[in-house]
Design a protein. Structure first.
Length: 334
């Protein structure tokens, strides 16, 4: 007998959720799938056809579609019949958006429209959690810190602009069509399973490669002077779940630690934890065309609505990141 999807009120009450995650094969998507599965929620994942298996998802709960393919996405929503949909799918690597801005718009903006259209057609009572990015705020003046949800958007990359546009699209669809949508704006996050395209994982990968003798004791870096607000991905996905259950429809929420960490300090911490002695050199290809010197956010709005705060100590996050790279085969360290 088919399981009836929970109504939105049941989802917010803390009862078992029937959830669909777009981008379930991605970094945060995998962590979210595991987080929900551990709680006993029924989890479906939407990925590209080439995605590998995902912990926490049964094989028959793994659906496939290109995120901007409206018909395929609607079919997946119909198959999953979710009470809550977490929309994480998208282009996430900022440098790639500079190389191919059209891809950023197609994936992040048109993909969001496809998801919302699929929900409107197939599951209009479903709560939709649209995951954007704190990067959309862009150029922030020192007097505006910490960044709150009322700060202006001044995006500095095609990625950031596409995320700002997707956030606006989500707001418009909620207002115009009555969809139950919560918008989230996570700031930087890291942890086990992250690709080496991202700074903390890149540092960890290089350090473990040096530790194993797979490369010279020289670590290449980009801008070490930038200050960023980092959280553990496991805390971030816990925030996604709380926002789905307790967030206010139509509202937007930042997810961040509220602590500014210089990239140089993060590198120093990883070097100390690894015990590896290295020479650090700046590589021009790791520098971004435009960069905000200091980014620190405020998650007080989400805390007031749900009680969420980061819980995992930063040193634990970095230690777990190094342990993850130590467990990987040599081929992934090159």
């Amino acid at each position: 007998m088919p399981i009836s999807p929970l109504c939105a009120a049941d989802t917010r009450s803390g009862r078992r959720m029937r959830a669909l995650i777009t981008g379930a094969a991605g970094f945060a998507g995998r962590h979210l799938a595991m987080h929900l599965a551990r709680q006993g929620d029924e989890v479906f994942g939407l990925t590209r056809a080439t995605a590998p298996p995902i912990a926490g998802l049964a094989a028959d709960h793994l659906l496939h579609a290109e995120i901007a393919d409206g018909a395929a996405v609607a079919q997946a929503v119909a198959a999953a019949r979710p009470a809550v949909l977490f929309h994480l799918a998208g282009l996430t690597f900022v440098p790639r958006s500079h190389d191919d801005p059209t891809a950023a718009v197609r994936t992040n903006v048109l993909g969001t429209i496809a998801v919302l259209a699929g929900v409107r057609q197939q599951a209009p009572r479903c709560r939709v959690v649209v995951v954007g990015s704190g990067d959309a705020y862009g150029r922030i003046e020192p007097a505006e810190l910490p960044i709150t949800e009322s700060c202006c958007w001044r995006p500095l990359s095609p990625y950031a602009a596409s995320k700002a546009a997707a956030d606006l699209v989500a707001y418009q669809w909620g207002q115009a069509y009555g969809l139950d949508i919560v918008r989230l704006r996570p700031f930087n996050h890291t942890g086990p399973g992250q690709r080496p395209d991202f700074v903390c994982a890149d540092f960890a990968r290089q350090l473990i490669a040096i530790e194993r003798g797979l490369r010279p004791a020289r670590l290449t870096v980009g801008n070490l002077e930038a200050v960023r607000d980092f959280s553990d991905v496991r805390d971030i996905v816990a925030g996604y779940e709380l926002a789905a259950r307790q967030g206010v429809s139509g509202e937007a929420y930042n997810l961040c630690s509220g602590v500014g960490r210089p990239i140089r300090a993060i590198l120093d911490e990883l070097i100390e934890l690894s015990g590896v002695r290295v020479e650090v050199t700046v590589a021009a290809d790791k520098l971004r065309p435009v960069e905000v010197p200091r980014v620190v956010g405020s998650a007080e709005k989400l805390h007031a609505a749900t009680g969420w705060r980061v819980a995992i100590p930063w040193q634990q996050t970095l230690a777990d990141l190094l342990a993850d790279w130590r467990a990987r085969p040599a081929a992934q360290l090159s």
